[in-house]
Design a protein around this ligand. Structure first.
Ligand SMILES: Nc1nc2c(c(=O)[nH]1)N=C([C@H](O)[C@H](O)COP(=O)(O)OP(=O)(O)OP(=O)(O)O)CN2
Ligand code: ZN
Length: 137
């Protein structure tokens, strides 16, 4: 595996990989060439865990979490998204934002799974991992 997975005590752990294409820019001269609008094929891995399954035997439907992220970001300019009005769409902020969006969705499910980690690769040589404090061991 290319990335670290978190240590936890949940009975079930699910990992969903997905890709989406999007443009962005970091509107600051200190960002150098990244101040210009450019595009990436982002790769995301999200780690979701829990102790209970739903009536279908799912922790969460793989397609539902993919759709949530695709519909928000695929073929968009990330800077235009409401979640990036006050903060630039860097790898770090995008990974955290994906974690927030997925966590908000998971909180609506009766079996209450949680998102332990979001891995986000922006380029072949650059990636970040967002892991909220409450799930670190
Ligand atoms: N900490 C961060 N640094 C940079 C970010 C970021 O999100 N967080 N983003 C960028 C740019 O958006 C850029 O698209 C990616 O930069 P970089 O990895 O430098 O891309 P390259 O392909 O040019 O890197 P190589 O080293 O040539 O592989 C910049 N920094
Ligand atoms: Zn970029």
């Amino acid at each position: 595996m290319m990335y670290q997975t978190p240590v936890h005590d949940f009975e079930y752990e699910l990992n969903k990989d997905l890709n989406f294409s999007a443009a962005h820019h970091i509107p600051n001269r200190r960002a150098g060439k990244c101040a210009n609008i450019h595009g990436h094929t982002y790769f995301v891995n999200m780690t979701i865990a829990g102790d209970m399954l739903d009536d279908l035997g799912f922790l969460v439907n793989f397609s539902d979490v993919k759709k949530l992220i695709d519909e928000a970001f695929d073929h968009t300019l990330l800077n235009d998204h409401p979640r990036f009005l006050d903060i630039p769409p860097t790898s770090e902020t995008l990974a955290k934002t994906i974690h927030e969006m997925v966590s908000e969705y998971l909180a609506t499910l009766d079996n209450r799974p949680v998102c332990l980690q979001v891995f986000l690769r922006e380029t072949p040589s650059s990636y970040v991992i967002y892991r909220p404090k409450e799930f670190r061991k």
